[in-house]
Write a protein that binds this ligand. Structure first.
Ligand code: ATP
Ligand code: MG
Length: 574
């Protein structure tokens, strides 16, 4: 394609609200433009990359046995009532009423639609397993749309769903999809780390998120020193390990005057003991009732674990007034005054039979020597952090930040049961299929590629996901020189290379800056030297490597260079 007939909309400066490199560069390179909060136009230059990513995903899904669908984005609310998610989804789901006063959903995900569609299709165990997918628009009314297309309100997801007769079969497809994900991200030149993820209350047994390690990632990953354990911090079990013996003050059953010491740190400092000897008490409001959580003083509560412990119910910290209404003293909550019937969750970091310092339920007072009874309902609701022990026993955990680009999930029968999907098994008895689901965000993947492949001048796309593989930048005077470049352009096209000829009537500096910003993997420069000596310059965007060549050797040189690029920059595997 000729640049003179393509909309190239590069900007010198990124808009002030862009923070991430990928967000800035997608706007500056004219790949996307903003329509509104969390809404982006995909411009022609960006769409070329988007389509390449989409096609790689499609090829790998098809190779994994997936069958492609396209489903309505608008979904009758009835389906969401059937699954129970009409109430469970909260404000993130867009809901619209049609002219007949009927509620509909703008699909944030499509478990309901696919389960409903498959209900009408699946008849017998012979129809299983089956793996279906679409690459289509999703809507989520994110509380904070940000980072450009990374967290937007409308985006495209590849979402796949598989149906099985038993767990073993689901396990096999899960592995096939896991491999397909590795292939997709590998082909896109993206380094990803699959980590254990929370399965929530969906009844799922296994789930992994594919994370792109990045300092700008919103997720925290905990990785063990021995590289045996990889997980999202939301999911990581807390391994308490050995705690130092309680000092005499902690052992003695006494009330202590602790003026103005409300926080754990204050109390520990005031009493001169480590916060591991304190038990923190936290009160949460869950629906119409309250829950009291006891956790070791040095630990924070992991909200995802707590939500799971509460059976998936939403919760929030109780207000001071609510705490008072329960008969507790805010800042000095402790065991002893617990109202009848109030649910207590004792975190497993609290050791039974061991003394702790606790709140005395009296202003400015704490008590030492409180021993918690063995709690058969002890739960792990503590947030594991860097430096904690690996659940696999291979050293301590190390934390890194990551961007979640994909998610694979063993779902169980939540949806098939709710929708009454039933097939006949080998002996003619009804069987409820077990499901898996698998997502990849297309635009987020595109942005993650930029996060991993850029420098101060712009993007450095991998060959597999780029707007054009080769940019031919020409600096010509007159028709005769123009013709010579046209011949080179045709030669590149004939060789099957995806080439953009920057034939725009602009200063060379502007064309070079654009080429570096937009980040085509290969640049062929044709200027004065070429017209004088017949020599061309080929440059790799990623490495800056430059090679001089002749028109006859041009295609071969490009191929060798891009091949070397793949070898030099293979995605890291684990
Ligand atoms: P997050 O925790 O980042 O909100 P999620 O757990 O809600 O993600 P899933 O429901 O697993 O995401 O969706 C599958 C994929 O869709 C994600 O891995 C991500 O690539 C993409 N995705 C999810 N939400 C968004 C969004 N708001 N904007 C762009 N892509 C998104
Ligand atoms: Mg989300």
């Amino acid at each position: 394609m000729r640049a003179s007939s393509l909309l190239i909309h590069t900007l010198r400066e990124p808009p002030a609200d862009a923070v991430l490199a990928s967000h800035k560069m997608m706007l500056r390179a004219g790949l996307v433009s903003k329509l509104g909060s969390g809404l982006y136009n995909m411009l022609p230059m960006g769409l070329r990359v988007f389509r390449k990513i989409e096609n790689i995903i499609r090829e790998e899904m098809n190779a994994a046995g997936g069958q492609e669908f396209v489903m309505p984005i608008l979904i009758p609310a009835e389906l969401w009532e059937t699954s129970g998610r009409w109430n469970a989804m909260g404000k993130e789901m867009f809901r619209i009423k049609d002219r007949h006063e009927t509620w509909n959903v703008l699909g944030p995900t499509h478990e309901e639609s696919f389960t409903d569609a498959m209900k009408g299709i699946l008849k017998s165990y012979r129809d299983l397993p089956v793996n279906v997918y679409q690459i289509h628009t999703k809507f989520r009314d994110e509380i904070r749309p940000r980072f450009g297309v990374m967290r937007s309100r409308e985006f495209v997801m590849k979402d796949a769903y598989s149906f099985h007769k038993d767990e073993e079969c689901l396990g096999r497809t899960y592995q096939v999809m896991r491999k397909a994900y590795r292939n997709i991200f590998g082909r896109l030149g993206l380094e990803t780390i699959p980590v254990e993820a929370d399965t929530g209350t969906m009844g799922g047994s296994r789930s992994e998120e594919f994370m792109v390690p990045s300092e700008v990632g919103e997720e925290t990953l905990l990785i063990s020193a021995g590289k045996k354990y990889f997980s999202n911090q939301e999911k990581t079990p807390f391994v308490a390990g050995k705690v130092e013996k309680p000092p005499a003050l902690v052992k003695s059953a006494k009330k202590h005057h602790t003026p103005n010491a409300k926080s754990i740190e204050d109390v520990a400092r005031f009493l001169g003991v480590s916060s591991v000897h304190l038990a923190k008490a936290l009160i949460y409001r869950v629906g119409e009732s309250y829950v009291l959580v006891f956790i070791r003083g040095d630990r924070a509560v992991n909200d995802v674990k707590l939500k799971n412990a509460l059976g998936g119910e939403e919760f929030r910290a109780a207000t001071e007034d609510e705490v008072r209404s329960l008969g507790f003293v805010p800042g000095f909550i402790g065991p002893g005054h617990v109202p009848e019937g109030m649910r207590i969750i004792q975190d497993s970091s609290i050791e039974s039979g061991r003394p702790y310092v606790v709140g005395a339920n009296e202003v400015d007072h704490h008590r030492s020597g409180h021993v918690f009874e063995a709690n058969p309902d002890a739960r792990d609701v503590a947030l594991a952090v860097e430096g904690d022990r690996s659940p696999m026993g291979d050293g301590v955990l190390h934390a890194i930040k990551g961007i979640e680009v994909g998610h694979i999930f063993q779902l169980g029968t939540k949806y098939t049961k709710a929708f009454g999907v039933s097939v006949l098994d080998e002996s003619g008895r009804p069987l409820t299929p077990i499901m898996g689901c698998y997502g990849i965000g297309v635009q987020r993947t595109m942005a993650a590629i930029i996060e991993q492949n850029h420098d101060e001048k712009g993007i450095a796309w991998p060959v597999s996901a780029c707007p054009f593989e080769v940019v031919l930048v020409s600096i010509t005077k007159g028709e005769e020189e123009e013709q010579k470049v046209a011949a080179l352009y045709q030669k590149l096209q004939k060789a099957g290379l995806d080439v953009l000829w920057d034939d725009r009537d602009l200063r060379p500096g502007v064309k070079f800056a654009d080429a570096e910003l937009i980040g085509y993997p290969v640049r062929v420069t044709v200027g004065k030297t070429f017209f004088e000596s017949g020599k061309l310059e080929i440059q790799l965007r990623k490495t800056g490597e430059k090679v001089e060549t002749t028109p006859a050797e041009m295609v071969k040189t490009i191929r060798n260079l891009t091949r070397s690029l793949k070898r030099k920059h293979p995605p890291k595997k684990r």
